[in-house]
Write a new protein. Sequence first.
Lengths: 120, 186
Amino acid sequence: MKTILAVDDSGSLRQMLSFSLKAAGYGVIEAVDGQDGLDKAKQQKVDLVLTDQNMPGMDGLSLIRALRAMRNYQNVPILMLTTESGDDMKAMGRAAGANGWLVKPFDPARLTEVVKKLIG
Amino acid sequence: MIANDISASEHLRAQVMHLLSGVSEHGDQHLAEVERDLVQMDVLLDEAIKKLCASFMAIHRAVDLQQEALDGLLAEGRLAPVHAARFEMLRGEINRHVAAAVTGLQFQDMTSQLIGRMVQHLAGLRGVFGALDASGPVLPESNNEALLAMLSQIGNRVGTCCTERAGGVRSTVNQRHMNSGDIELF
């Protein structure tokens, strides 16, 4: 089973992400902020990372940079899932190493479609 | 004549200080009330979303079990074709409603960010009202120059508050509806 790390400080958002991804057959590890996400990514290699941008402590962009600096996360797909939709933020995400940008709220079918495209 | 001028100047100074202190005090009181209401709203929304999510998950589990039972009947051939077709149609309908609920239940993430931003703006506005308060400084001279100096000092304090806030509270939520957002792969 492919495992996805879902990083978001909103409990309800994490719950909806988990629900949608588990229904599509993926395993989900939840993290409450960037630092928690980084710690969990170090503990267990995951197949895809979905992260929010605006979180207390370590934000999504910092998490992506930290993950990309790790040898075993250089090729793991990372998607930003955020309320932000500005081109400047997307450019920053791309430069940090994100593979895609999803604007909240997400539609479960479209989310799983993108995930399937990236990790099967 | 000179005595009259001084008296008018003192009166003007007292009125200005009274006005500024009043605006500062009442403005701060009203903003404190708004801040309290916003925090309370955030707490209520947080509790509401937790209950909604719990109910959603419970309903989904129950519907799943019901569908499993119906699948069993279907596999045993105990459902008439017309009922089987109706059952399949209802399954599709339920899936559409579930997807819509998952999208809708993400509202609190956005409202919470917006409320947080409003609270930060209120803190900034309370800082401005605090800077307006003229009850603190005691002026040794009661003349127009001293009054102007005091007003200029207050103006500078307000300006500093505004500069500190400018750009400090970036807007992160621009959504105006709960339709699903764009997806872009790089």
